[in-house]
Each structure stands twice: as C-alpha cells, then as structure tokens.
Design a binder for this molecule. Structure first.
Ligand SMILES: Cc1cc2nc3c(=O)[nH]c(=O)nc-3n(C[C@H](O)[C@H](O)[C@H](O)COP(=O)(O)OP(=O)(O)OC[C@H]3O[C@@H](n4cnc5c(N)ncnc54)[C@H](O)[C@@H]3O)c2cc1C
Ligand code: FES
Ligand code: FES
Length: 561
C-alpha cells in the first residue's frame, strides 16, 4: 500500500498500475485538472507540483522543506509518505475566507505583477514560486536567513519553468513581490493557509500510523494484474527483493525512467523503488578499505579493487539526490558543486540521484566525466536468491511476497573507469545495484576545472562536458598527473588517455596544453547528433583543454604572486 495526502486529504492505494504518474493520477483518477501537461518529459515545468515529507511518527508537524517536482514524469508511488499539493489547494481557504478564496502570496503576486497571459504555464510557475516562498519563510522563522529573496534566487528557482507568452520579467517581479505580500498579511493578522499536515489534529492520523507500522513484510506496495511495485524500507529488504526479482526495474528519482513511461509508453512489469532506503541517501568520509568493510555488513562477500591509497574518500550513497548532495559537495568539491546550477532544473535536481545518473550510463550524463577525472570508485552489489525453488521471477504471478533470508550478495568496489562497458552497458547485471560512489578528496596540489557546453545555460543536457584534474609537483612547476573526463565524445563517458599522457611531466605552460589537445583525435571520434556536429564537438573540446591550461597557469601565478 502507498499512503499520502493529496491537498490535505488522506489517500491510500494498493490496486494501481505502478507506472501511474502523479499527473495521470491527478488529472485522470482524481479529475483535478489545475495541474497542466505541456511536454510530458520534464522540460517545461507546466506540470510542477509541490510536496512535503510527512511528519515522522514522533512529530506532529513536518518541518521538512517543501520541494517541487515534474508531475508528468514522477511515479505516484514516489509520493508515498508525502503531502502532495497543487495550485488549487494553496489558494483555497474557505474556513477563514468564505466569501472569496485568499490567494497564496505567490498567486497574488502573479496577479499584481501581470505574470500570466494564456495561463497554461501559470500553475507550474505558481507552485515553483510558492515552494520558494514557503521555504524562505520557514528559514526566516528559524532565523537561518534574514535577507529577502533576491533577483538571483528567483531566476534560479524558475529555471525549470518555461513561459511562451508573458515573458519572464513580470514573473520575476512576482517572485520578488511575494515576501512583501506575506509580511503585509502578517501585519494585518490575516489568517494564511497552513500547508503542513498536522498529525495531531488530522482525523486520519491513526490510520496513517497504523499503516506505517505495518510496513515490515516485503509485499508489493502496488499491484495491478501481473504488475507490481516494491518499496523496500532498508538495504536488507532491497537485497531480498532484488534477489527474488532480479529483472525488476530499479527506480530511483525516475527522471530518466519517467520518460520511458511517458515517451516510450513502456509498462514496467516489476518496479523496485529506492526512495525509502535512508542508507542509500547518506554520505560519509572513509578510506577505501574501511568502505569495503563497513558497507559489506549483511553481505556474503566483498571483492575490492581499491588501491591502498590513504587519501580519504567522500562516499555518496547512490540514492542521494542532487539537492541532497549539493551542500556536501560545496564543502569538499566546490568546483564540482558549482556545476549543479547547470544540471537540469530545480524540479529534476530535487528528484534525480547520483546512482541514477551513473547507472543510466548515458554518454551525455554530467556526473560520470567528473567522477572519472576524480578517480572515483563505484560500489556495486550483486544479489542472487539462495533458494529459488519457490520464487521464480519469470512466471511467479501468485506469490508476490518476498520471504526473508533469501539473498546472497557479492559486493565489488571498482574504479568507475571499469564500470562503463559499451553504449548504455555497465557491469550491472540482473539483481545488481549501485550502493555508493567513492571520491578521493582533493589534495592541495590538485586542480579541478569543469566546463559544460549546452545550448541553454539552465535545464539543458550537455552537448559535451570536460572535467580536468591536474596534479602538480610540490613546487607547482610540473604536471605530475592529468585526468580529462569526457562527456558527449563517445558511446561511453571516458578518460582521454593520450591527451593525459602528453601532459605528464610537462611544465605548466599553455603551449603544452595546445599540444596535448592535438592528441584528442587519437582518443575519441565523436558523432553528430541533434545537439552538436562531430566537428563542433572535437573543436570545442580541444579549446576547452587549452582553456583549462590557461586557468591552471593563472591559478599557479596567483599562488606565486
Ligand atoms: C528535463 C531533464 C533535464 C535533465 N538534465 C540533465 C542534465 O543537465 N545533466 C544530466 O546529467 N542529466 C540530466 N537529466 C537526466 C537525469 O535527470 C539524470 O540522469 C538523473 O541523475 C537520473 O537519476 P534518477 O534517480 O532520476 O534515475 P532513474 O530515472 O530513477 O534511473 C535511471 C537509470 O538508473 C538505474 N538506477 C537508478 N538508481 C540505481 C541504483 N542505485 N542501482 C542500479 N541502477 C540504478 C535505473 O534502473 C535506470 O536504468 C535530465 C533529465 C530531464 C528529464
Ligand atoms: S509537462 Fe512539461 S515538465 Fe511536465
Ligand atoms: S502565460 Fe502563456 S505560456 Fe506562460
């Protein structure tokens, strides 16, 4: 069973096609049509809705942040344990304002600033702005920030929403006007709608708690005909489910997989959703040998190809979303974190995970080239059933339950460069999953430069991406090691071995980067597609290598000065 609140109303569902998206559920099942469909692929933001994680059993009210998502590509099952909100809900307030609904400050600001013409994009913009407003208000109340929302804050917030007729200036004006509307209402003591669910006062609270405590056996959360969706609550449960259903589709944020449903009309038969496994969303600092030991608990075997390097690694759980990773990367890899504003949109970054980005093995995924340049390792686990006599994934339609103690798991921690085998082919096999990514921390003598080339600045997939890690000698004059991670240049993300070799032992001079860039055609032979021609890719990537050289020279001179 999945359980959630929709616009303040408690819902629980068991009999539902697991491939049902939030948008399909809203418009076709609930007949709530305030949320619009534009592109159906996560690109336009017309379908943006807002969610908040429900309070835990020992708290009455959630203090979790609000977040937005593209309802067109998000499975409804990902709303399990959440309050899902749409534009109609945040306006409606009949209890305190029976004559006329009090608009949410985001909505009132859109009216006041003329932020809507045809109105098709408006519910999406409103939900983006409302989420920005509510989170800002939450932080002001906590005292963690005092400043008003800035122009840059609003521009960053609406990066995933497109408007074809109003123009963005009035919408940005509306974003900047929201806080003042809220302040004025506070001063007038106008009762604003409380968007949070209070379990203490909610009539359905007991029912919800009863459901929560029920989730201990691993039965499908949703079933319809032969289709089923599992939501394991822990790593141990995940191991068991995958051992029993090795051919299941592993579903993380669904920002890639959602398109398989909406664009390719795939009806996934068995889905294993990772969203409830907190262990996959955590991070730590460890050395590689510790990682192998610590993370193999509960598994039968570990094969680690980790070297004996003593440099500690940042270990990021595969289920961490971009949003969850950002503060961690800001602390340990600020140059890496800077790229995040160029990856997709806030809606996608709220849902998409590092595990999904790497496992997807797209040649134009943004994280793999960076992780390759940083010598990252990947922790993968292969699960098999110990006794498959009573569970056969191929023809098991009656026995949906997964019994305990059936998983036998083998763990591997391997260099990421060995993970990608061919176009969209990796070392993952049926019953395997990515546990975490291990990134050695950077040392003082190492420099990282990342350049993404795409047609739009925000919310666009790379035509190509270069991540360069350059290691210098102690006196800063010689290049001891060079790593160039390439995206969009071949069927898989890969390192430019010959360019790298050409730089090792060379002095820190731009001319050496110019020579190294000439080797690129020996490393890769890019293709022409809708994003860029083969010639463009080759030319741009060579210029980027030289640009990294210029940046390195400038950085070394800045240290010497
Ligand atoms: C509008 C839009 C813009 C985008 N922009 C960018 C961009 O700028 N840069 C970019 O790199 N990507 C972009 N993407 C692609 C996508 O958002 C990312 O690749 C994202 O990181 C995928 O993560 P996910 O959790 O949503 O993966 P999912 O869609 O859940 O899964 C993707 C694949 O990985 C597998 N998988 C997921 N987790 C695991 C695991 N732990 N173990 C094994 N297999 C797993 C799934 O089975 C599936 O095959 C964009 C997508 C959209 C829709
Ligand atoms: S309809 Fe365009 S992002 Fe969902
Ligand atoms: S108001 Fe028409 S698309 Fe934005």
């Amino acid at each position: 069973m999945i359980h959630f609140y929709l616009n303040g109303q408690y819902k629980q569902l068991t009999d539902l096609n697991p491939n049902t998206t939030v948008l399909e559920y809203l418009r076709l099942h609930e007949r709530q049509t305030d949320t619009k469909e534009g592109c159906g692929s996560g690109d336009c933001g017309a379908c943006t809705v807002m969610a908040q994680r429900l309070p835990t059993i020992d708290a009455d009210v959630s203090d979790a942040p609000f977040y937005t998502l593209n309802s067109c590509i998000t499975l409804l099952s990902l709303m399990d344990g959440h309050h899902l909100m749409t534009a109609a809900f945040i306006a409606d307030n009949p209890e305190h304002h029976p004559d006329r609904a009090l608009l949410h400050p985001a909505q009132q600001a859109m009216v006041d600033c003329h932020g809507s013409q045809c109105g098709f994009c408006t519910p999406g913009f409103v939900m983006t702005l409302a989420s920005t407003y509510e989170n800002h208000r939450q932080q002001v109340a906590k005292g963690t920030i005092t400043d008003d929302l800035s122009y840059d804050d609003i521009v960053a917030a609406i990066g995933g929403n497109l408007c074809r007729c109003t123009g963005y200036r009035p919408i940005i004006d509306a974003g900047l006007a929201m806080s003042e509307i809220g302040r004025q209402r506070d001063a007038d003591q106008t009762i604003a709608k409380d968007l949070t669910i209070s379990l203490a006062t909610d009539a359905m609270a007991n029912s919800r708690q009863a459901v929560s405590s029920e989730i201990s056996t691993i039965t499908p959360a949703l079933t319809q005909a032969s289709r089923k969706l599992f939501i394991p609550q822990s790593i141990a449960e995940l191991n068991q489910v995958l051992a029993a259903h090795p051919k299941a589709t592993i579903w993380a944020g669904g920002t890639d997989l959602g398109l398989s449903v909406t664009q390719h009309l795939i009806d996934h038969e068995t889905i294993v959703q990772l969203s409830a496994i907190d262990e996959l969303k955590s991070w730590s600092l460890q050395d590689l040998s510790q990682n192998a030991d610590a993370q193999s608990k509960g598994t039968n075997d570990v094969e680690s190809e980790a070297d004996s390097s003593t440099v500690p690694s940042l270990v990021l759980g595969a289920g961490m979303s971009y949003k969850q990773m950002l503060p961690v990367l800001e602390q340990y890899f600020p140059n890496f974190a800077n790229l995040f504003e160029r990856i997709a949109s806030p809606q996608i970054r709220n849902m998409g995970t590092i595990g999904g980005n790497v496992a997807n093995a797209s040649p134009i995924g943004d994280l793999p080239p960076i992780l390759l340049a940083l010598d990252a390792h990947i922790h993968i686990r292969h699960c098999t059933a110990v006794d498959i006599s009573d569970i056969d994934d191929a023809d098991n339609t009656n026995n949906n339950d997964v019994h305990s103690n059936q998983a036998s798991c083998i763990d591997e921690i391997i260099p990421l460069s060995e993970f990608f085998l061919d176009y969209k082919k990796t070392k993952l096999r049926a019953g395997s999953y990515v546990v975490s990514l291990h990134i050695p921390l950077m040392q003082d003598h190492q420099h990282l430069y990342i350049h993404k080339i795409s047609k739009r600045y925000e919310d666009d997939i790379s035509a190509c991406l270069l991540a360069a890690r350059l290691d210098l000698s102690a006196d800063g004059t010689t290049i001891q090691n060079a790593k160039f991670g390439l995206g969009g240049m071949a069927a898989i993300p890969l390192l430019a071995a010959k360019c790298q070799q050409a730089l090792i032992g060379q002095s820190v001079e731009v001319a050496n980067f110019e020579q190294a860039a000439q080797m690129l055609s020996s490393d890769v032979s890019p293709m022409t597609d809708v994003r860029a021609s083969r010639e463009y890719r080759m030319h741009v990537m060579q210029r980027l290598i030289i640009k990294c050289g210029k940046q390195l020279v400038a950085d070394v001179q800045a240290v010497d000065a």
